[in-house]
Design a protein around this ligand. Structure first.
Ligand code: KIV
Ligand code: ZN
Length: 537
């Protein structure tokens, strides 16, 4: 290990202009590990396209060994995308690495990301491996991955709690074996900014071959410090930041991409850094992820929250009218917040609709566009004004691409203070036959779910049920999102639907989840239940 190397005084500003930090997006891998955030392949592909258009440098598309679905999603993304580096995750073992390569091999710019825990807690309790065995396994795995492609990332999981000397040793060995990026995860969100920055500085000072690799940071948000830690590390020379849209991820989440990018942009005077992100795509990207995952963005969330640019206090409004910069450090247009949400009405044509869909960051196939246009016309007949949020809900229905095995044909409910809530439904079965049944329940929604269960024969526990108004106004659509658990444990399915009638939306959302269950059964997907990084894997 080498002795200390002269360092800058913290700021990364240089006379040569701002230094470019690589943005590694892991929304589709670490983000998708958020409870309830799982996406299907079509949704992942759509997200990947939007992330590429956003300008991320590296896109972690999934963990191919985790399931057949993960594998296929990584392969589809790797095969289609050409500008961005597509990365697949693997534990440090031959099977994982081979599977990752199998999924990535058609990528124009593939990266294999291997990880192995290094902290004493993980070594002793989880892996039951000695330090020597860890170094040996890391080296073998990086070598195996490098045999497949030159771009290899190594992550010592729980690095932030690993003994510094040992961390330096592992990182040095991984780089010598061929790692071109070394990522330093704060897997459990334990670090604080000055300490994490010092750790990055120490690695840069003490690992002799560190200049042969990009130093990356990956922070979890358990103490609400993920963004602060990532930025502090960039100040001491980190060259890549791993983050997710809206900060979604395991437990309290990962560092939020939009916050990191806008801090770097807005405070370039201080950080002297830049990224390749097209910031005006941040807001549409955030809405797409919120809609696909069902994880709504809190109103006061920095950069992309609904209130992020709203000025309520009279004194602020007065200042804003006189000079925006009195109370505004970023312009809403910079992050793509639309000036007005009002878009279309029943007289709007196809062209106006396609333009709006693209501005919202979606790319739909011709057939999906036509179906969307039909849905849009139906909605516009019911509602005078169709807002962006309404459109997103309609678009999602097409992206979700859950085959409609069971289709709702008709629905009738009765409820009220002095009647027994009852639902009568007609559903078209996969073989085309229409089946009718009725059930009673605690309320009309419960009665519908019981009736659907009787018709489809699919019994499931309702784990979550939420209704939200898509836009303001009495004629607003209500969106129902719910989660069904089929077996005890890991097997949950989400359903989502919107309608101006929330009883109908509830029935459609339930059927949507039931159809997802049917699709999984048809695929007979062998789900290998393996540990997830950061989840005690
Ligand atoms: O949090 C973590 O340690 C991870 C690694 C796989 C990078 O997600
Ligand atoms: Zn992580």
């Amino acid at each position: 290990m080498k002795e200390s190397k002269p360092q800058t005084n913290g700021s990364t500003k240089s006379a040569a202009g701002p230094r470019r930090v690589l943005i590694f997006d892991t929304t589709l891998r670490d983000g998708e590990q958020s409870p309830g955030a799982s996406m299907n392949i079509a949704e992942k592909l759509e997200t990947a396209r939007a992330l590429e258009a956003l300008g991320v440098d590296i896109l972690e598309a999934g963990f191919p060994i985790a399931s057949q679905g993960d594998f296929e999603a990584v392969r589809a993304i790797a095969t289609e995308l050409t500008d961005v580096t597509v990365c697949g995750l693997a534990r440090c073992n031959d099977r994982d690495i081979d599977r990752a390569w199998e999924a990535l091999k058609f990528a124009r710019k593939p990266r294999i990301h291997v990880f192995l825990a290094t902290s004493a807690i993980h070594r002793e309790h989880k892996l039951k491996m000695t330090r020597e065995q860890i170094v040996e396994r890391a080296v073998e795995s990086v070598r195996r991955a490098s045999g497949y492609c030159p771009d290899v990332e190594f992550s010592p999981e729980d690095a932030a709690r690993t003994e510094v000397d040992f961390l330096c040793e592992v990182v040095e060995a991984a780089i010598a074996a061929g790692a071109t990026t070394v990522n330093i995860p704060d897997t459990v969100g334990y670090a604080v900014p000055s300490q994490y920055a010092a750790l990055i500085r120490t690695l840069r000072e003490r690992v002799p071959n560190i200049d042969r690799a990009v130093v990356s940071v990956h922070c979890h948000n358990d103490l609400g410090l993920a963004v602060a830690n990532s930025l502090a590390a960039c100040e001491t020379g980190a060259g890549q930041v791993e983050c997710t849209i809206n900060g979604i991820g395991e437990r309290a989440g990962n560092a939020a991409l939009e916050e990191i990018v806008m801090a770097i942009k807005t405070r370039q005077d201080y950080y002297g850094l830049t990224t390749g992100i097209k910031t005006e795509r941040l807001y549409p990207m955030s809405r797409m992820i919120a809609s696909i995952t069902g994880l709504k963005v809190q109103r006061n969330k920095a950069i992309v929250g609904r209130n992020a640019f709203a000025h309520e206090a009279g004194i602020h409004q007065d200042g804003m009218l006189k000079e925006r910069s009195t109370y505004e450090i970023m312009r809403p247009e910079e992050v793509g917040v639309p000036k007005t949400d009002l878009v279309l009405g029943k007289h709007s044509g196809r062209h106006a609709l396609w333009e709006r869909v693209e501005a919202l960051g979606y790319h739909l196939a011709e057939t999906q566009r036509e179906e969307l246009f039909e849905d849009f016309k139906t909605l516009a007949d019911k509602k005078k004004e169709v807002y962006d949020e309404d459109l997103i809900v309609l678009i999602e229905k097409h992206i979700q691409n859950v085959p409609a095995h069971w289709v709702l044909v008709s629905l009738h409910t009765t409820s009220g203070p002095s009647v027994v809530p009852t639902a009568t439904i007609e559903i078209r079965r996969p073989d085309g036959r229409i089946v009718r049944d009725a059930a009673i329940g605690d309320g009309p929604v419960d009665a519908i779910f019981k009736a659907v269960e009787r018709v489809t024969g699919i019994a499931a526990n309702l784990r979550e049920f939420a209704v939200r108004s898509v836009t303001a106004g009495k004629d607003a659509q209500g969106e129902v999102s719910l989660e069904l658990e089929v077996e005890q444990g890991d097997t949950t399915f989400r359903g989502r639907a919107a309608s101006t009638d929330i009883i109908e939306a509830s029935a459609l959302a339930y059927l949507n989840a039931v159809n997802a269950i049917m699709s999984r059964r048809e695929l007979k997907e062998p789900r290998e239940i393996i540990g997830r990084p950061g989840a005690g894997a």
